[in-house]
Design a protein around this ligand. Structure first.
Ligand code: NAG
Ligand code: NAG
Ligand code: NAG
Ligand code: NAG
Ligand code: NAG
Ligand code: NAG
Length: 481
C-alpha cells in the first residue's frame, strides 16, 4: 500500500518535471538572460542585461515587454510589430539613436511606451506613433530631442501623459498637440523654448498640468492659453519673462498653482495688468521678483502697491535678455516714457493696501498625487522584482526651488504612491509563486504553465523542491487513511 503510494507520487513528480522540460524545449520560453511569465500579463522581461539589440524572438502573445537599462541602439521595423497584443513597452535607459519607420505600426493596444533616457535619439519622424489609438502614456524625456515634427502626435486621442522634459527643444510648431483632447499632463520643462505662439497649445481642452519652467521663454502670445480652461498647475519659473499681460493668464479659469519666479520681471506700468490679475487670483502663486527698475529690484511684484508701478522705464527688451546685468546698471526709473504704457487700470477695483502678502508660495508643497487611471494597475509594474532599478531609487519630494530639476524624480511619486500596496500578490518576482503549481497533471495551455528562467537553475530547483514538499504532504495525508 505505502509502496504503491510512494511509486505513484514518484511517477507523478517525474512526469511533472519531464512535462516542463519538454514544454520548455517546445516553446523556447525565454532567452537565457530574460524572465518570462504569464501572470498577471504575458510578460517578456530582459532588463539590465547589456543587450545591444532587441531579442529577435519575442512570443507574439506578449502583452508587456521590459527592455530597459540595456544598450540597445536601434528599434527595427520588425522588432515589436508582431506582438499585436502589446500594451506596455519599456525601452527606456538604452542608447537608441534610431527608430525605423513602422516600428510601432499596428500596436493598437499599446497603452504605455517609455523611451526616456535614450540621449542619442535626437529626432523622431512624424509617423512613428501613428495608429497608437490606445496610448495613454508616452515618455520621451531625456532623449536629446531637437525638434518635434508637425503631426508627430496626430491621432493619439487617448494620450493622457506626455513627458517631453529635459530635451533640446527650441521651438514647438502650432497645433503640435491638437489631437490630444485627453491629455492631462504635458511636461516641457528643461528645454530651450524661446516663445509660446498663439496655437501651440490648441486642443488641450483637458490639460491639468503644464510645466514649461527652465526654458528660455521671453514671449508668450496673449492667446497661448486660450484652450487651457482645465489647467490647475502652470509652471513658468526660471525663464526670461520680463512682461506678461494679465489677459494672457485669464483663460486659465481653473488655475490653482502658478509659479512665475526666477524671471526678469519689469515692475513698471507694463506690470499693472499682471499685478491686478494676481490680486484677483484665488490660487497659490510664487513670488515674482522684480528685476527692473533698479529701485524695485528684488521686491515681490505682488507686494508692491499699484502706485509703485506708475511710469514706464525706458528699457530695451533686447538688452534685458542678452545682457541683463549691464542693463540693470545702466537704466533707472528716471528714464521714463509713457509711450509703452497700457491703458490705466481702474483703480477702484484695486485694494487700497498691500500690507497683506499674496497667497503663500507653495515652495514646500509636493505635487498632488498622480492619479492612477491605468486600467491594468500599470503603475505597479514599475516596481517589478528586485531587478527594476526604479524600485531602488529612493523617493525624494520634488524640489520646488527655482532651479529644481525634479524631472528624473517624478516617476518616483508613482512608486511612493504604491508603497502601501501589496505587490507580492499582484506581481510575480524572480521567486516562483509557491501557490501556483506549474504543469500539474496535464498541460492544457501555455498560460497554465509558468515559464522559468532557464539561465538560472533556481527556478527549476525551486519548482522541484516545492513540489516535493507538496507531494510529501499529500503523501502523509494519504497515509492517515
Ligand atoms: C490577443 O488577445 C486576444 C484577446 O485576448 C486573443 O484572442 C488573441 O489570441 C491574442 N493574440 C495573440 C497573438 O496572442
Ligand atoms: C551609444 O551609441 C553611440 C553610437 O550611436 C556610441 O558611440 C556610444 O558609445 C554608445 N554609448 C554607450 C554608453 O553605449
Ligand atoms: C478620449 O479618449 C477616449 C478613449 O480613447 C476617446 O473615445 C475620446 O474621443 C477621447 N476624447 C478626446 C477629446 O479626444
Ligand atoms: C530711451 O533710450 C534710448 C536709448 O536706449 C534713447 O535713444 C531714447 O531717447 C530714450 N527715450 C526716452 C523717452 O528717454
Ligand atoms: C488594482 O489593484 C487594486 C489593489 O491592488 C485592486 O483592488 C484592483 O482590483 C486592481 N484593478 C485592476 C483593474 O486590476
Ligand atoms: C540599491 O542601491 C544601493 C545604493 O545605491 C545599492 O547598494 C544596492 O545594491 C541597490 N540594490 C539593488 C537591488 O539594486
Amino acid at each position: 500500500m505505502i509502496l504503491a503510494f510512494l511509486f505513484s507520487a514518484g511517477a507523478k513528480l517525474l512526469l511533472l518535471v519531464t512535462c516542463c522540460i519538454i514544454y520548455k524545449l517546445k516553446v523556447q520560453c525565454c532567452p537565457e538572460v530574460c524572465l518570462c511569465y504569464n501572470e498577471p500579463k504575458i510578460t517578456f522581461s530582459c532588463q539590465q542585461q547589456r543587450l545591444t539589440v532587441v531579442p529577435p524572438y519575442i512570443p507574439i502573445q506578449t502583452q508587456r515587454i521590459f527592455l530597459h537599462n540595456n544598450k540597445i541602439t536601434l528599434v527595427k521595423a520588425t522588432s515589436f510589430t508582431s506582438c499585436q497584443n502589446l500594451t506596455i513597452l519599456w525601452i527606456h535607459s538604452n542608447n537608441i539613436s534610431h527608430i525605423e519607420s513602422g516600428a510601432f505600426y499596428g500596436l493598437t493596444k499599446l497603452e504605455e511606451l517609455d523611451m526616456s533616457d535614450n540621449y542619442n535619439l535626437k529626432t523622431i519622424t512624424a509617423p512613428t506613433f501613428r495608429g497608437l489609438v490606445h496610448l495613454h502614456t508616452l515618455h520621451l524625456n531625456r532623449c536629446g530631442l531637437q525638434d518635434l515634427p508637425p503631426g508627430i502626435f496626430q491621432g493619439l486621442y487617448s494620450l493622457q501623459y506626455l513627458y517631453l522634459h529635459d530635451n533640446n527643444l527650441h521651438f514647438l510648431h502650432d497645433d503640435t498637440f491638437v489631437d490630444l483632447g485627453n491629455l492631462t499632463y504635458l511636461f516641457l520643462h528643461g528645454n530651450k523654448l524661446n516663445s509660446l505662439s498663439e496655437n501651440v497649445f490648441s486642443g488641450l481642452i483637458n490639460l491639468d498640468r503644464l510645466l514649461v519652467h527652465q526654458n528660455r521663454l521671453d514671449m508668450i502670445h496673449h492667446r497661448t492659453f486660450h484652450d487651457l480652461k482645465k489647467v490647475t498647475t502652470l509652471y513658468l519659473f526660471s525663464n526670461f519673462l520680463a512682461v506678461l499681460k494679465g489677459e494672457v493668464l485669464s483663460p486659465l479659469v481653473s488655475l490653482q498653482y502658478l509659479r512665475l519666479n526666477a524671471n526678469q520681471w519689469i515692475c513698471d506700468c507694463r506690470a499693472k495688468s499682471l499685478w491686478s490679475w494676481l490680486k484677483s487670483f484665488k490660487g497659490s502663486s510664487s513670488e515674482l521678483e522684480c528685476y527692473l527698475p533698479t529701485n524695485l529690484a528684488g521686491k515681490d511684484l505682488k507686494k508692491l502697491g499699484i502706485n509703485d508701478l506708475d511710469g514706464c522705464a525706458n528699457i530695451s527688451f533686447h538688452s534685458i535678455k542678452t545682457s541683463p546685468f549691464s542693463a540693470k546698471t545702466s537704466l533707472s526709473i528716471e528714464e521714463f516714457s509713457d509711450s509703452c504704457c497700457q491703458p490705466a487700470i481702474d483703480k477702484s477695483l484695486v485694494p487700497g493696501t498691500n500690507t497683506k502678502s499674496g497667497p503663500s508660495s507653495h515652495t514646500s508643497r509636493i505635487l498632488p498625487n498622480i492619479p492612477i487611471k491605468d486600467k491594468e494597475n500599470i503603475s505597479k509594474t514599475k516596481i517589478i522584482g528586485n531587478v527594476d532599478h526604479r524600485k531602488n531609487r529612493t523617493y525624494k519630494p520634488i524640489n520646488y526651488t527655482p532651479f529644481a530639476t525634479f524631472s528624473s524624480k517624478l516617476d518616483n511619486s508613482l512608486t511612493k504612491l504604491n508603497q502601501n500596496n501589496d505587490f507580492d500578490s499582484v506581481e510575480p518576482s524572480t521567486v516562483p509563486n509557491k501557490k501556483r503549481l506549474p504543469c500539474l497533471k496535464k498541460v492544457k495551455s501555455k498560460s497554465q504553465c509558468r515559464m522559468y528562467q532557464p539561465g538560472t537553475n533556481s527556478g527549476l530547483l525551486n519548482f522541484i523542491t516545492t513540489n516535493l514538499l507538496y507531494m510529501t504532504q499529500f503523501f502523509m495525508l494519504q497515509m492517515h487513511f
